[in-house]
Structures are given as structure tokens and as C-alpha cells.
Write a protein that binds this ligand. Structure first.
Ligand SMILES: C[S@@+](CC[C@H](N)C(=O)[O-])C[C@H]1O[C@@H](n2cnc3c(N)ncnc32)[C@H](O)[C@@H]1O
Length: 431
């Protein structure tokens, strides 16, 4: 069997299908947390009926089935998955797409020695691959072998040319796994290798998320630095991360069933390099792109996707273009804001009655986040659905027509789940 095929026995072949399954597994978690065990189990059974379900997904569902108390069913899922994995394991070669996911699955099944052997095989065949190195380090942290995890970082950092990148990623993963000393050690290295303004901005976001830098008021300054430095490579980088944000907007517009007539004045708020422009064009009479980063705007200008471009700070209404809009798109921008009330109020004030706001954010589903949003070391915030609904209401919007979750992009090999919200400003009521 070709390695590409064996990889697909472990992983989902089609990224879109993979993201749908991830979203459904998230739904199971939501049902469990809300106490609806029967619906959660029914959804697990439904997911398990997916034809050709990849081994790692079946095991993830098995873990939820076990949590729901159906230990016998879970045991049979695990046994089946282990047998299937054994039948392909010697032929797995691709370090990132086959060996690492297989190792994670073996660890989920409790076969830690076999999992570690695969991690080692992966790292030997791709010593400079950051995802593999980070995956192995995470495995070691889970086994409480922090010193060894740190030496995986050190070995990787010695080899790689992107030393800042490696240090900041390891810091994020250690931080995520609550291995604070290891995170701090990597952070110190990141500080040492921090040279460019963009790296400084990334570091500052990380420090701010840990309360180690008091900079809430300077977040927009940091966003400018980040995106001015990132602009040239933005499209390439996002493609590598399998960016699904603009197509989430596209799907939202299709699902709303709005006629594709070039009749609307549309604002792409935080347009960046213009990745959404092509989707919006069929709906637009006039297409405006606004952004805080001049460098991102310059790339958009060179591509020629918009009728008008302007430098705007979305939290400052006086910087917006003149006039009202029939539609505002805000894709992957609100993640750079914590509180959203002002931006939503600004949007409400420039929308025509009956106008649409379609926005994406990263999905916060941790009920412990009482403020409704949280800044992560990535420099981006995640927002809860409750918070979005509350702030939209404060800004005068009605209940959204649609609120959905789907994969936004991948990061360090794992999907980042996003929320897409579509809300319509009420049409005028004549008395
Ligand atoms: C991740 S990019 C998304 C770009 C584009 N919407 C897309 O989907 O590709 C985020 C964009 O938000 C912009 N941004 C961040 N804070 C902003 C603010 N306060 N006002 C306007 N734009 C902002 C950044 O400059 C950057 O171009």
C-alpha cells in the first residue's frame, strides 16, 4: 500500500470531511457538558457509522463513549482500531501525516511504548519538522517527562533555521499543557532570537496573554506590527495552514440564499490581502476594503479586488469610509479584539436597515471563561457564543439568523474551530 493511502487509514482523507467530523465531535462534547447523555451517545453512534471512518477519529469517539459510561462498546471500538492500526503500522512512513497521528492514537489507546517508538521513528526521519518535534514533546509532557520534552525542544532548536519560531511554538504548547517552567524556558529562548517587529509583536501577544505584559491598550499597535511584517507572506502562510475562513464566509452567503446580484454596497472590514474579495464581488455594486495595516492594504491594492480601499481602525468610527453599507464582512479579524461591543456598535451604525453582518471568530467553548473571551498565546482571542449574542444585542442587533461552528484552519497540525455568525439589522418599521 502507498504511504499516502496508509496515512489516510489513520487520518481523514478529505480536509473538509475531517473538519465536519471534528465539528461533530465538538457537538458531542457540548451535549455531554449540557447533561444530555442520550443525545451525545446517539451522535457518537452516528459518527461511528461514517463510511471509512479514520482510525484516529474512531478512537476519539470511543473515548467519549467511554466517558458516557458505555465501557463495553468503547472497548470494542478500541480493539477494532488497534487491530486495524497493527495491520498498517509497519508501512507508515510520512512522519507528520501518518506516524505522528498513529502515535497519538496509540497513546489514546494506552499503548505508550508503541506510541513512543513511532514518535522516535517520526523524529528520526524528519528532525527539522516542527509539528513532529512538538508532537513528541507533548507526548513526553503527558507522561510527566518534562526534562526530556525540553531536550526535544533544544535538539530541534539547534537544527532549525527558524529558531524564534520554534521557541515560541514550543512555549505555546508547553503553556497549553500547563508545563509552566518549560514554557518559560522556551520563552527565554524566544526573547533571545526575537529580531523583527513581527516577532516582537508575537512575543508581546504571548506575554500579554499570560498577564506578563500590561498592554491591552496597545493591542491594535501590535496588530499593525504583526500584519505589516506578515503581509508579503500572508497568502502563502495561510494556504499552508489550510485556511478555511474565506470559504466559511462564502458558505454563509450561499446558505443565506441572498441573490447574487451586483446591487450592494459592501464593506470587507479588516480585508487584509483581499482573500474574501472574489467571493463578495458577485454581490457587490461597490466593494470597499478597509484595514489597519497599510502593508496588507498595499497587497490588496496590487491585486485589484476592491473598488475602494482605506486605512480604518474598526474601533474608531471616525476612521470609517463615508456612508452606509448593505453588508459587512469581517473574516478572521475580531480575534484581534477582546471586547467586541464598540466594534459591533460601529457596524450597526453604518449598516442600512435590512443590511447583513457576517463575521467569523475563534470558538471559545470553555465554560470557565466567564468574561466571554480569552486571549491566547497565539495572539488571538477566542469568544464564546453567549458573549457574541450578548454584545450583538447591546449593539442593537436582533437574534442572528445563523451561528455555526467549523474548522477555520489548522495550527500545529490540529484544527482550530471557528464560529460564523450572520445577523441582519432590522428593516425599517413604518408607523
Ligand atoms: C487574519 S487577517 C484577516 C484578513 C482577511 N479578512 C482574510 O480573511 O484573509 C486580520 C486582519 O485584521 C486587521 N486588523 C486587526 N486589527 C484591526 C483593526 N483594529 N482595524 C482594522 N483592521 C484590523 C489586520 O491588519 C489583518 O489584516
Amino acid at each position: 500500500m502507498q504511504n499516502e493511502e496508509t496515512a489516510h487509514v489513520v487520518l481523514e482523507k478529505d480536509e473538509v470531511e475531517a473538519s465536519k467530523i471534528v465539528a461533530r465531535i465538538e457537538d458531542v462534547r457540548v451535549l455531554i457538558d449540557s447533561g444530555d447523555a442520550d443525545a451525545a451517545m446517539a451522535l457518537c453512534e452516528d459518527i461511528l457509522r461514517t463510511p471509512g471512518i479514520p482510525i484516529n477519529t474512531a478512537v476519539k469517539v470511543g473515548l467519549l463513549v467511554k466517558e458516557l459510561g458505555h465501557t463495553e462498546i468503547a472497548a470494542s471500538i478500541f480493539e477494532n482500531a488497534y487491530t486495524k492500526l497493527q495491520s498498517v503500522i509497519d508501512r507508515l512512513e510520512d512522519p507528520e501525516r501518518a506516524l505522528l497521528p498513529a502515535a497519538e492514537t496509540l497513546a489514546d489507546l494506552g499503548h505508550f511504548d508503541e506510541a513512543e517508538a513511532l514518535c522516535r521513528k517520526a523524529i528520526q526521519s524528519a528532525p527539522e519538522n516542527l509539528t513532529v518535534a512538538v508532537g513528541y514533546a507533548a507526548f513526553l509532557v503527558h507522561r510527566d517527562r518534562i526534562d526530556e520534552a525540553l531536550s526535544v525542544f533544544e535538539q530541534h532548536n539547534d537544527l532549525t533555521n527558524s529558531k524564534f519560531n520554534s521557541a515560541i511554538h514550543f512555549a505555546m504548547v508547553f503553556d497549553h499543557l500547563q508545563s509552566d517552567d518549560a514554557a518559560r524556558a522556551c520563552l527565554e529562548q524566544a526573547k533571545m532570537y526575537c529580531k523583527t517587529k513581527t516577532q516582537r509583536a508575537k512575543l508581546d501577544f504571548f506575554l500579554a496573554s499570560k498577564g506578563m505584559r500590561k498592554n491591552a491598550e496597545d493591542q491594535h499597535g501590535m496588530a499593525v506590527e504583526l500584519f505589516d511584517g506578515f503581509a508579503e507572506n500572508y497568502d502563502k502562510q495561510l494556504a499552508k495552514l489550510d485556511n478555511n475562513g474565506p470559504s466559511m464566509v462564502f458558505t454563509a452567503l450561499e446558505e443565506l440564499g441572498l441573490p447574487k446580484t451586483p446591487s450592494r454596497r459592501i464593506l470587507d472590514a479588516g480585508c487584509g490581502t483581499g482573500l474574501c474579495a472574489g467571493f463578495l464581488r458577485p454581490y457587490a455594486k461597490e466593494l470597499f476594503g478597509v484595514d489597519l495595516s497599510v502593508k496588507m492594504l498595499e497587497i490588496s491594492r496590487d491585486k485589484g479586488g476592491y473598488d475602494f480601499l482605506a486605512r480604518t481602525d474598526l474601533s474608531e468610527i471616525v476612521t470609517y469610509p463615508e456612508g452606509k453599507f448593505d453588508m459587512i464582512i469581517c473574516a478572521d479579524v475580531l480575534v484581534y479584539f477582546g471586547a467586541l461591543t464598540t466594534v459591533f456598535q460601529n457596524f450597526a451604525s453604518i449598516l442600512n436597515p435590512g443590511g447583513w453582518l457576517v463575521a467569523t471568530v475563534e470558538f471559545e467553548n470553555d465554560p470557565k471563561v466567564k468574561t466571554g473571551f480569552k486571549l491566547y498565546p497565539s495572539g488571538r482571542h477566542k469568544h464564546t457564543d453567549e458573549y457574541l449574542l450578548k454584545t450583538l444585542t447591546i449593539a442593537g442587533f436582533p437574534k442572528p439568523k445563523s451561528i455555526k461552528h467549523a474548522r477555520l484552519r489548522n495550527e500545529l497540525g490540529a484544527p482550530i474551530l471557528g464560529t460564523m455568525i450572520a445577523v441582519q439589522k432590522p428593516a425599517l418599521v413604518f408607523r
